[in-house]
Design a protein around this ligand. Structure first.
Ligand code: BES
Ligand code: MN
Ligand code: ZN
Length: 494
């Protein structure tokens, strides 16, 4: 998708011109060519979510016009414009007619108090790219594929400022789309080896981004017994993917992101029922987000030191698989009794957390994982569960989510629930009962060194958006969260 700029939207010879309007008696009033448009008086109210497609009839150079309602003028934000625009790129108005060139008249929006042109440019790029997203590499029939606009012209704003925002938004959107692809890809195509290959290829395309893949013998040497325990039932050996970006001062402690790269979760011997197993290709969403966040940080050349660590394996069954009741020795030395082989995410993460702390001594460590079904029960599809041992870090993550229009909600990590993880025969057991999301967080906390600032994001629900399209998220598709929030966090906290 190519972005272009123009002073006067009316003169852009596009296939369709998007006209944002606000709720009022005469929503088209801000546009000088409004009288020449053949809209029936009263049809356009300007309510949020309203769209109306009109043939332009020569009123403007574009062949068609789509009126895009944004609601009350006072409540219009860059995010509101972006989300309405994403809906527009998703909609039949752009898709069904195979429209290749979309123009957007930003002149009325830019005049509003509080609207920043650069931020608007960023939202427009993210909306156009992510709104047109479809995972279609496995669809062979051309007519079943979404037609994507190839050219987007933003009109009526300061070109330099818009362009700065667009360049940033293109990166965050493209890397979010990469994360979506990895999660949408079935597990016969994205497995621990091919995920590692993706990270390597991605890093090769970003100057200065370093990617190291630790293979099974090295993982054994590191004594990652919990990670290897989960991997034992799979024919594909475990891979530990490590990405490093040095954009800050040499020697400054990095921000570390750690993501669960569980390429398929059958549950192991505590086998999932069919309905629960279907869809478990998405269990590497945290890993995908970690890899793509590092890619975006490098591509944007952020002035920050950052690392990404992804333990990648499948959780399957064979004669070597770990058993319910097995006891594993983690890299930290702590022993773990297996109360349930389906609580495998925390097992691969605890070793990755130990590795990351020892290897990189990070300033902050933020892990992300599709860790518990209980997160979906508690917060659903649209809110990520945030847990942390540090109030300031939790607040900063919350800010980063909000800044990009996504949501997280903090859950507590109280001592009294931690006791539920005690085992009579080992240092701990890998299941702690209710509340499931919190006890999983408490399990991970047992692997965090004293003084280490740490946060855990449970994205079990938000990783895969099942419901209707929402914001920049499309229906029945991976969301790529939390790439955008974590690029923002790195930008703000480097
Ligand atoms: N990958 C699942 C969590 C999950 C469930 C993600 C639904 C997305 C949608 C995780 O490995 C798992 O199986 N967790 C168990 C833990 C339990 C055995 C303590 C769960 O949540 O049921
Ligand atoms: Mn599981
Ligand atoms: Zn899992």
């Amino acid at each position: 998708m190519q972005f272009h700029y123009a002073a006067d939207a009316a003169k852009v010879e596009s296939d369709i011109l998007v006209l944002p309007v606000f709720e009022s008696d005469n929503p088209l009033k801000p546009y000088p060519f409004a009288d020449k448009l053949n809209a029936v008086k009263g049809d356009i109210k300007g309510k949020a979510g309203e769209t109306l497609l009109l043939p332009s009839g020569g009123a403007v150079a574009a062949a068609r016009v789509v009126v895009l309602g944004l609601g009350k003028q006072e409540s219009v934000s860059e995010k509101a414009v972006g989300e309405a625009l994403a809906a527009c790129f998703r909609s039949p108005a752009v898709n069904a007619y195979k429209l290749k060139h979309v123009a957007v008249d930003l002149s009325a929006v830019i005049k509003l108090k509080g609207i920043k042109t650069e931020s608007l440019g960023r939202w427009c790029a993210e909306a156009a790219i992510l709104g047109s997203y479809q995972f279609d590499v496995l669809i062979t029939k051309a007519d079943k594929k979404k037609e994507r606009a190839e050219k987007v012209t933003l009109a009526g704003g300061n070109k330099e400022k818009l362009q700065r925002g667009v360049s940033y938004g293109e990166v965050t959107a493209i890397y979010t789309a990469h994360a979506r692809d990895l999660v949408n890809e079935p597990s016969n195509r994205i497995n621990p080896a091919t995920l590692a290959k993706f990270a390597q290829d991605m890093a090769k395309a970003v100057p200065g981004l370093k990617c190291t893949i630790l293979k099974k013998p090295e993982i054994e040497k590191l004594k990652m017994g919990a990670f290897l325990g989960v991997n034992a039932g799979s024919d594909i050996p475990a891979h530990l993917i490590v990405l490093e970006w040095q954009g800050g001062k040499k020697g400054d402690a990095p921000i570390a992101y750690v993501g669960k790269g569980l390429c398929f979760d059958s549950g192991g011997y505590d086998l999932k029922p069919a309905a629960g197993m279907l869809g478990m290709k998405m269990d590497m969403a945290g890993g995908a987000a970690t890899i793509c966040t590092l890619g975006a940080i490098g591509k944007l050349k952020l002035k920050v030191n950052a690392v990404g660590v992804v333990p990648a394996t499948e959780n399957l069954i064979n004669g070597s698989a770990f058993h319910p009741g097995s006891v594993l020795t983690s890299m930290s030395g702590q022993t773990i009794e297996i109360g349930n082989t389906d609580a495998e995410g925390r097992l691969i993460l605890c070793d990755a957390l130990t590795y990351t702390q020892r290897e990189f001594k990070p300033k902050y460590i933020v892990d992300m994982a599709t860790l518990t079904g209980a997160q979906v029960v508690a917060l659903g599809n649209k809110i990520t569960g945030l847990m942390s041992n540090d109030d300031k870090l939790a607040a900063r993550l919350d800010e980063a989510f909000k800044a990009v229009g996504e949501n997280c909600w903090r859950l507590p990590l109280p001592d009294f629930y931690d006791k539920q993880l005690d085992s009579p025969i080992a240092d701990m057991v890998n299941i702690g009962g209710n509340p499931g999301t919190v006890t999983a967080g408490l399990f991970l906390q047992r692997f965090i060194d004293k003084g280490q600032k740490w946060a855990h994001l449970d994205i079990a629900g938000p990783a895969m958006h099942e419901g209707e399209a929402w914001g920049l998220w499309n229906s029945k598709s991976a969301t790529g969260t939390p790439v955008r929030p974590l690029v923002e966090f790195a930008e703000q906290n480097g």
